[in-house]
Design a protein. Structure first.
Length: 513
């Protein structure tokens, strides 16, 4: 199946099976805002639990907090968001569509890279086993030509972004002959800066009210609580603070479903360390976070690091963990070495000392920070895209199955009475009443067994049991496995033992090294 088709199918599957709905749909929706449905919320909660437990339960020196969306506006001045949380924006005069100038250029760079990869793939096919890829990349005139164009553009773009030279960004778009995908023209406006924070008023009177911002990241809630947590928790460096919560950004281009939303959720952890140790910790957190992703079993080839060449002025290392989405490798998580920038800024703007007294050194310092920051919704999307599968069966039919990791699946077990009579529904409910304390169970009696299996496959339920006539005599049921569709007869008393170990978040955590 073509990758664009996979993406389209995932989007409609999410809606059809109660995972994700466009917000305010009966009023024609609201741009880049989505709601999670009955199955989506379960999957999302499981992702959050997997992250939270891997951070807070698995690390003695990481604790959690839950800070508010509303914060004192000076925080955003101190963090640099008021002055610098901008994206360069450009409009096409013919289509009246708005774009991020940096994204247009990055897409152009990706086009050159695609061309190179296509050339290499063609040669691989042509030469077969004798193909020496490294040599081909070094010598093929076509590859070299595209590579040179790509590198020149990349260098020019990096320079322009580092200097935030808006005229130069526009000139690159003109020189590269980038056209608007809607109108097909090159009738571009100037590039302007656009601040991504949403503003609102707090307070009831016009004079007494204060402009505040909806937080564009959860991290600042951690920084401003650093001292509270360190003191009350008697935390010793190195230690971390984790938080899951909503963030808001007035994104210019909101496409690609839940990949880029205006209201979304982040899972962030700030790890406070001694200055000078940051690059070791950065390396360690890169490995820890990659292991967390790969532990889901989607295949190491679907992940890669993308180290930042353009570093924010306060960062001394940064990387993204990218996942292979149907629309290419895309950032799911950022890992940043942020030095002491944030704490120092809050010290300066608040006038309060945020130093740490290190008993071993008998000295005080402002801690450095390694941050890991992942979007729940992007994680959700990557999981859905990878799990969605259309499978041809031996009888010629096609089944849609969501091969979710069992620990993340919304429903773990569906209990299905073969018919709606003869005591089978009652027996099925008895099974659920016993197992519902241990994992999420669902009762379903409508339609044929085959249809019910398909519906459970489509929402990723790893196990189904069918209650039939024999169940009433010998307390056995048919247990059916989602991925293999294998069926076997088991005792009701064995069900918990077979299922529980494979469907809990603990089972995932135990696999983490
Ligand atoms: P991008 O370059 O894609 O805009 P970013 O580098 O600005 O992302 P960060 O500020 O590092 O993102 O945020 C950390 C994480 O939060 C990202 O890796 C992503 O998973 C998530 N995230 C950021 N913006 C959005 C958004 N608009 N919608 C959904 N998730 C988001």
């Amino acid at each position: 199946m073509a990758q664009e088709d996979v993406f389209k199918k995932v989007v409609s599957h999410c809606k059809e099976y109660g995972f994700v709905f466009p917000s305010s749909e009966i009023y024609d929706g609201l741009g880049a805002v989505y709601d999670y449905g009955q199955n989506g919320v379960e999957l999302k909660n499981n992702i959050k639990q997997y992250w939270w437990q891997s951070m807070v339960l698995m690390h003695e020196n990481i604790v959690g907090i839950d800070s508010c969306v509303f914060m004192h506006p000076t925080i955003w001045k101190a963090s640099g968001h008021v002055d610098a949380f901008n994206d360069p924006l450009i409009d096409n005069r013919d289509s009246k569509k708005r774009y991020r100038a940096d994204v247009l250029i990055e897409e152009q760079i990706a086009k050159y890279e695609d061309k190179i990869e296509k050339e290499v793939a063609k040669a691989r096919k042509r030469f077969g086993d004798a193909f020496d890829e490294a040599k081909y990349r070094e010598t093929s005139p076509r590859v070299l030509e595209e590579q040179a164009k790509r590198d020149a553009l990349h260098e020019r773009y990096s320079k322009a972004m580092n200097a935030m030279d808006l005229d130069e960004l526009r000139q690159i778009i003109i020189d590269e002959e980038i056209v608007c995908p809607i109108s097909g023209t090159r009738n571009w406006t100037d590039v302007r800066q656009f601040n991504l924070m949403f503003k609102t008023e707090m307070g009831s009177t016009a004079d007494g009210s204060m402009t505040i911002y909806l937080r564009p990241e959860t991290a600042q809630g951690i920084f401003v609580n650093y001292l509270n947590v360190q003191k009350t928790g008697r935390m010793k460096i190195p230690f971390g603070i984790a938080q899951i919560g909503k963030a808001f950004r007035n994104e210019i281009v909101a496409r690609q479903f839940i990949f880029r939303m205006r209201e979304f959720e982040q899972m962030e952890m700030q790890f406070f360390i001694k200055p000078g140790t940051e690059l070791d910790w950065f390396k360690q957190w890169k490995e820890t976070r990659m292991a967390w992703h790969q532990n889901l079993g989607f295949g190491a080839e679907n992940y890669r690091f993308h180290d930042h060449e353009k570093l924010a002025h306060y960062a001394n290392a940064a990387t993204d963990i990218e996942f292979k989405m149907p629309f290419g490798f895309k950032e799911v998580e950022g890992i940043h070495s942020r030095t002491d920038f944030d704490l120092s800024q809050h010290e300066k703007f608040s006038g309060k000392s945020i130093k740490y007294f290190d008993p071993e050194l008998n000295d005080s310092y402002t801690p450095y920070v390694i941050e890991t920051s992942i979007g729940v919704d992007r994680m959700f999307l990557s999981i859905m895209c990878h799990s969605y599968c259309e499978e041809k069966l031996e009888n010629g039919e096609t089944r849609v199955v969501l091969r979710l990791p069992a620990a993340l699946a919304p429903v773990k077990l569906a209990v299905l009475p073969l018919v709606k009579k003869d005591g089978m529904p009652e027996k099925a409910r008895e099974i659920i009443d016993d197992l519902k304390f241990h994992f999420n169970c669902q009762y379903e009696e409508k339609d044929s067994i085959g249809k019910r299996y398909r519906r459970q496959d489509a929402i990723g339920t790893p196990y189904c049991v069918t209650v039939d006539g024999d169940t009433l005599k010998d307390d056995t049921v048919t247990l059916r496995f989602r991925d293999t569709m294998e069926q076997k007869r088991v005792k009701i008393s064995e069900l918990r033992g077979i299922i529980e170990d494979n469907v809990t978040i603990t089972s995932l955590l135990k696999k983490l090294k």
